[in-house]
Design a protein around this ligand. Structure first.
Ligand SMILES: Nc1nc2c(c(=O)[nH]1)N[C@H]1C(S)=C(S)[C@@H](COP(=O)(O)O)O[C@H]1N2
Ligand SMILES: [Mo]
Length: 248
């Protein structure tokens, strides 16, 4: 099976997979056509979220600070790391054709994607209709020439503590964003600026803040909360024993 570069994978508006899709077949290297080819992926419409579910917040995910709009600010290190955007680099490595070290300008030069979707924490709080923008993780993988037959990705934070994981199939979805803005403004330090992941269909713990490195690897390595008992496949409404409304 050939990875359908330049076509849609997954359908954020209608599908809600409970398990990862079938593995990509023979080895296919993403981005054989080069970075220019990803332009065809731009311009998909932003989607509106449907419904909110608000329930009692159960603390337990590290330091918690309430924030505007219903977000709680989480950090497992007890502080917020700071990063001069001019010094920031997003490293992309592992099983890729081209190791990348992307500055904010490099990221801005990649195809930009916007989406407006809810953010749901596994502890129960949900923020409706958050406008996000950045670069699809998929487009970064294409830019790096990632091997789409690799099984998984690992994500690292410059907070020095937090890590996350996704399968390759999950990473190629069109609702998984390397986010640089929220509500039309650069991501604040508290929300993970200058760059965080936003994994729309999954609980918030997948959306690693202060993202510093992406690695394409052969095995899923459970992330910070996953080694502490949370589900690795963190689909909203179909994991962690919860029945929240899926993120449309
Ligand atoms: N580096 C880092 N990323 C993180 C976390 C964290 O503690 N550290 N918490 C996660 C959890 S559990 C949630 S719900 C969201 C919260 O995002 P916010 O702090 O922007 O509200 O960030 C996720 N990403
Ligand atoms: Mo969370």
């Amino acid at each position: 099976m050939t990875l359908p570069v330049g076509t849609t994978t997954g359908s954020p508006t209608t599908t809600h997979p409970r398990r990862q899709g079938s593995p990509v077949g023979r080895r296919v290297v993403l981005g054989m056509l080069g970075v220019g080819a990803v332009g065809v992926l731009v311009g998909r419409p932003a989607q509106e979220a449907i419904q909110s579910t608000v329930s009692a917040t159960v603390p337990g995910l590290g330091a918690i600070v309430p924030a505007a709009g219903g977000f709680r600010i989480y950090t497992v290190t007890g502080g917020y790391p700071s990063m001069d955007p001019a010094a920031y680099r997003l490293e992309v490595g592992g099983t890729v054709n081209r190791t990348l070290s992307l500055s904010m300008q490099d990221i801005a030069a990649l195809p930009q994607t916007q989406m407006t979707k809810d953010f749901q924490c596994v502890t129960g709080w949900r923020v409706d209709d958050v406008p996000w923008s950045g670069v699809l993780l998929r487009d970064i993988l294409i830019a790096a020439g990632a091997d789409s037959s690799a099984t998984a990705l690992r994500f690292f934070s410059f907070d020095g503590a937090y890590t996350e994981s996704l399968t390759m199939a999950q990473s190629l979805r069109e609702d998984v964003l390397v986010a640089t803005t929220m509500y039309g403004k650069p991501l604040t330090r508290e929300h993970g600026g200058p760059v965080r992941l936003y994994v729309a269909p999954m609980y918030g713990y997948k959306s690693i803040k202060w993202l510093s490195r992406i690695e394409v690897v052969d095995d899923v390595v459970p992330g910070y909360w996953e080694v502490r008992g949370y589900d690795i496949d963190a689909w909203v409404g179909a994991s962690n024993g919860r029945n929240d409304e899926p993120i449309a």
